[in-house]
Ligand binder design. Structure first.
Ligand code: UDP
Length: 287
């Protein structure tokens, strides 16, 4: 059953994208179940939208549609958890002034009282963390394919994961997010019959690639867009220390080590909260 219709996993709307109210462990268990059983009529499509992806989906309605067609959307980013909390709090506010105060208050809670921030959507689940957890927990027979990232990166990521635990990795290929090579890639994947396919073309390319190719993948049970996960696992990009992740300031670490990403970081940390406020205020004016 598609969990979008599964009452067990309530769906929370954040600016037009529905997120499933699942903890990391619930999502992991669900995906392990999908891998353990005969597959449904199509691969189970997992996306991990972050604040940048929400902003993109506001401009790009095709992307918004794609995110509505996934089987599971899990929140990647404390910003999404914050937005779900603030939007819920803002529902009964009737004055714009009180809305702004609540907005500032809720933003402060990200750092000082992060428990409250987790009260609507319970946990942040990054593509990298979920990929690593799945690779730790799948049965040794589960066939895994890594598609995407720069030339050779998927292979290095596969080797690194093999060092932690023996895995049945049946393919690691950089591929191409465009439509030219698609038939060849489908053939390459179908020939080695993977159960689990990780796609790392970055958003929104990877979600579009998955949506287009999903009907032609004959054996894949679970397919997941994982952004920069192969780069992190291969050690090409450094992940922020746990304390930065816990405080919700992974962006600060990224800004220090990759200043060229400033625009993406600005979008996630400034533009996204302001957009959420704007949307909440629009609702006040309509009341
Ligand atoms: N990527 C790719 N093909 C493309 C665009 C991106 O394989 O056409 C890869 C890129 O090499 C990287 C991953 O997609 O490994 C995601 O990159 P991004 O920095 O967007 O990841 P995020 O920071 O969003 O996790």
């Amino acid at each position: 059953m598609n969990p979008m219709q599964n009452p067990e996993y309530e769906k929370i709307d954040v600016l037009g994208v529905g997120f499933h109210k699942v903890t990391f462990d619930q999502a992991l268990t669900l995906l392990l179940q999908k891998l353990a059983h005969k597959r449904d009529d199509h691969p189970f499509f997992v996306a991990t939208p972050n604040p940048e992806m929400i902003l993109e989906s506001k401009k790009n309605k095709q992307f918004q549609k794609t995110l509505a067609n996934t089987d599971l959307n899990i929140a990647d980013g404390i910003g999404i958890l914050w937005a779900s909390y603030f939007l819920k709090k803002s529902q009964n506010i009737k004055s714009r002034f009180r809305m702004k105060i609540t907005w500032i208050n809720s933003l402060m809670k990200v750092v000082f009282s992060s428990k409250k921030i987790h009260s609507v959507l319970p946990e942040r689940v990054t593509g990298t963390d979920m990929m690593q957890a799945l690779c730790q927990k799948v049965t040794p027979e589960t066939k895994i394919f890594l598609l995407g990232a720069g030339e050779g990166v998927a292979k290095i990521a596969a080797e690194k994961m093999q060092k932690i635990r023996k895995l049945n990795i049946v393919g690691a290929y950089c591929g191409n997010a465009g439509t030219q090579q698609e038939k060849n890639i489908q053939k390459m994947i179908n020939e080695v019959e993977p159960d689990l396919l990780f796609v790392a073309f970055g958003a929104p390319k990877q979600e579009f690639w998955i949506e287009r190719n999903l009907p032609y993948l004959t054996t894949v049970k679970v397919i997941m867009g994982v952004g920069g996960a192969f780069d992190f696992i291969a050690g090409i990009r450094k992940r922020a220390p746990k304390i930065f992740q816990k405080l919700g300031i992974e962006w600060l670490f990224r800004l220090i080590i990759q200043p060229s990403r400033w625009l993406r970081i600005f979008n996630a940390t400034i533009k996204f909260p302001l957009t959420v406020l704007k949307v909440a205020q629009t609702k006040v004016s309509k009341k």
